[in-house]
Design a protein around this ligand. Structure first.
Ligand code: AMP
Ligand code: MG
Length: 349
């Protein structure tokens, strides 16, 4: 199929582009659009057939449920059976925004969308284009990351086109996204609520509003006996084509170790990529050195990470070394994605 690609400016929304996107969604088609986290692959969340198309286009395992996106609180009661008090408080503070909550689903939500679960994940994005597309598409739009399953999530329309051109009806190009890692997921069907995926809304921020919040222990350092509670978190996501190692230790030792390894690998004829920071990038002596962002503002690292992994794919490096990041605040989300990309290969120096 031919994929329509339309640029749109969020400050001067082209109504015709939004109308077209809405029409495709209502007819059961697939439209990729920007959100504040990553690009989403939109489909009508209440249409089982549209969900099937989503799984097929992404090559995503069908037991990995989709997140339903809404644009207004008034849409929520239709798709859930109960809105716990904690969810009301969290929604008041963090919606619209980069946070997903898990509820018990109502009959309106097909099992095709929830991967067979009786619960449903719901998010209300803040990105103006996302909100307009959702409303034009009927109000309930499932939108997993708009990448081929297993590849880094897309933070630009070009990334979406790389993976999905010819497989979906339309890409709405609203430029690069802001945050760059997927939403935090909070399960509010349990007490206390539990974080199933770390994101830009952190544990500390949630605890500020609702008190105790637990974290699915498998998220950062999984052990082989426990399965993550969000079905999608068990898959090796975000994988670059090269083998990636995350190196943890004192900054000076990390740089020294990576320099030594890089020299050895190059001597063997391998191409080496290095994920560096503004603070260290001048200290690397060889290899394909890319700066992911600055430790002085970790949000820059979140927004740079997936793009850099894709760049290393394009550069066809064989091995990637990345510095590790502290696992606090947005750092939990960064390390969660980085370690998944590395298949949890971490080197302590
Ligand atoms: P993505 O759409 O690519 O951002 O991935 C969606 C994530 O949300 C996956 O990790 C899913 O497993 C998770 N998810 C969606 N629905 C549920 C649910 N009902 N219960 C637990 N996790 C969910
Ligand atoms: Mg994804």
């Amino acid at each position: 199929m031919d994929t329509i690609i339309k640029k749109i400016d969020k400050k001067q929304m082209n109504r015709e582009v939004i109308r077209k996107a809405g029409q495709i969604l209502k007819e059961g088609g697939l439209v990729a659009f920007p959100t504040e986290t990553v690009y989403g692959l939109g489909a009508n969340a209440l249409d089982e057939e549209a969900a099937k198309k989503t799984y097929a286009a992404k090559g995503r395992p069908s037991d990995n449920p989709l997140i339903v996106h809404i644009a207004d609180m008034s849409y929520l009661p239709e798709i859930v059976t109960e809105i716990p008090e904690a969810a009301v408080k969290v929604a008041e503070r963090f919606w619209p925004g980069p946070l997903t909550m898990i509820f018990h689903k109502s009959e309106r939500v097909p099992y095709g969308t929830t991967g067979g679960l009786d619960t449903v994940a719901v998010r209300m994005p803040s990105h103006e284009i996302a909100r307009e597309v959702i409303l034009a598409g009927g109000g309930y739009v499932s939108a997993p990351s708009a990448n081929t399953s297993g590849r880094p999530s897309p933070t630009t329309a070009e990334h979406v086109a790389e993976d999905l051109c010819g497989k979906i009806e339309m890409i709405v190009d609203g430029g690069a996204v802001d945050i760059g890692v997927e939403s935090s997921i909070l399960d509010v069907t349990v007490t206390p609520p539990m974080i199933l995926r770390p994101g830009a809304v952190t544990k500390e921020m949630l605890e500020d509003v609702i008190g105790e919040v637990t974290v699915d222990k498998t998220l950062i350092r999984p052990d082989s006996r426990t399965v993550p509670k969000a079905p999608g978190m068990k898959y090796r996501h975000y994988a670059p084509k090269a083998s990636l190692s995350v190196v943890e230790g004192e900054p000076k030792d990390v740089v020294e170790f990576i320099n030594r390894q890089t020299k050895e690998q190059i001597a063997k004829g391998c191409r080496v990529g290095i994920i560096a920071t503004a603070e260290t990038m001048n200290q690397y002596r060889s290899g394909d050195v890319k700066c992911v962002g600055t430790r002085a503002d970790e949000m820059t690292i979140a927004s740079g990470l997936f793009g850099i992994l894709r760049e290393f794919d394009a550069d066809e490096v064989d091995v990637i070394y990345s510095e590790a990041f502290r696992e606090e605040g947005i750092g939990s989300a960064i390390m969660n994605r980085l370690l998944k990309a590395a298949g949890h290969h971490i080197v302590k120096v």
